[in-house]
Design a protein around this ligand. Structure first.
Ligand code: CP
Length: 311
């Protein structure tokens, strides 16, 4: 049963059920022409989206802005605390209360897990988590699922390997949680020992009755999957830079490794060195398409939350 119409906030992908995700995927698909400016929409005319980005972003921030503008809405906000009164010592709570007064919905990215949830508890407008530390990145997962559905044709029955920094990578946490909602998914986790999927997520999978395989070798999975979901080693989350340097470059996907395989390569981006540039011009590259898919998917999210939660 769809519950997204009653939902005010998206903090975790676990806030949504399978019908909600199907609804967003369907809506996004219908919004493609507007996302690509082949049609004009005034669905969110007069509405203002607040963007509170305490941590850097290219795709998430720009695609939320684009999505709002494609629906004739507007955006305000900051992308570094230096340009806001946070730099003068203003609290996150007070900053959020100001945005609540100015906006119809808030999108929040912060390096600390739980900040979006904290803000959603003190404001009355919808709050969307755009990545909280090593926690969750639910809207990334919605666009990842949209991409899988478009490229493979289905999400049930996929065979997918999540590769790289599974400890700190919030996109793989949200995606693993979401995949528990689908039937017959074969899930492989490929990471160095120090960057394995956190116990909390494994516990969620166990609870959902979903099996998975953990390995440190790409060669164990590359012939078994139809999606390679590659992630960056999250340098900024390491307490000791030597630990990062030891692991950096652990997995690099290149064209030669992919030749003859029936799979797609996805990546939430940014990439550093984990996908060689020679993959960019191959049929395997779906990471740029994935990034572009953020617009119709975030349009569907904004339209749903803002229209169902008027001020
Ligand atoms: N995928 C993603 O979250 O990218 P940004 O950090 O550039 O927003």
């Amino acid at each position: 049963m769809i519950k997204i119409f009653e939902l005010k906030n998206i903090i975790s992908i676990k806030d949504l059920n399978k019908s909600d995700i199907d609804y967003i995927i369907d809506e996004a698909s219908k919004l493609e022409d507007i996302a690509k400016s082949r049609e004009i929409s005034e669905e969110l005319k007069g509405k203002i989206l607040g963007l509170m980005f305490f941590e850097p972003s290219t795709r998430t921030k720009m695609s939320f802005e684009t999505s709002m503008k494609r629906l004739s809405g507007e955006c305000i906000g900051f992308e570094n605390t230096g340009s806001s009164s946070v730099s003068k010592g203003e609290s996150i709570a007070d900053t959020a209360k100001m945005f609540e007064g100015y906006c119809d919905a808030l999108v929040i990215r912060h390096e600390m897990e739980g900040v979006s949830k904290f803000i959603s508890d003190i404001v009355d407008v919808p709050v969307i988590n755009a990545g909280d530390g090593a926690g969750q990145h639910p809207t990334q997962t919605l666009l990842d699922l949209y991409t899988i559905k478009k490229e493979i044709g289905h999400i049930d029955n996929i065979k997918i390997a999540l590769i790289g920094d599974l400890k700190y990578g919030r996109t793989v946490h949200s995606l693993a949680n979401a995949l528990t909602l689908y039937d017959n998914v074969e899930l492989y986790f490929v990471s160095p020992d120090k960057l394995k999927m956190p116990q909390e997520i494994l516990h969620d999978l166990d609870k959902a009755g979903m099996s998975y395989t953990e390995t440190s070798n790409i060669s164990d999975v590359i012939d078994k999957v139809n999606v390679l979901y590659v992630t960056r080693i999250q340098k900024e989350r390491f307490a000791d830079i030597d630990d990062y340097l030891e692991i950096k470059g652990a997995y690099i996907i290149n064209k030669k490794m992919l030749e003859g395989k029936d799979l797609i390569v996805m990546h939430p981006l940014p990439r550093i060195d984990e996908i060689d540039g020679d993959v960019d011009d191959t049929k395997y590259n779906k990471y740029f398409t994935q990034a572009a898919n953020a617009v119709p998917v975030r349009m569907a999210i904004l339209k749903t939350l803002i229209k169902n939660n008027p001020k």
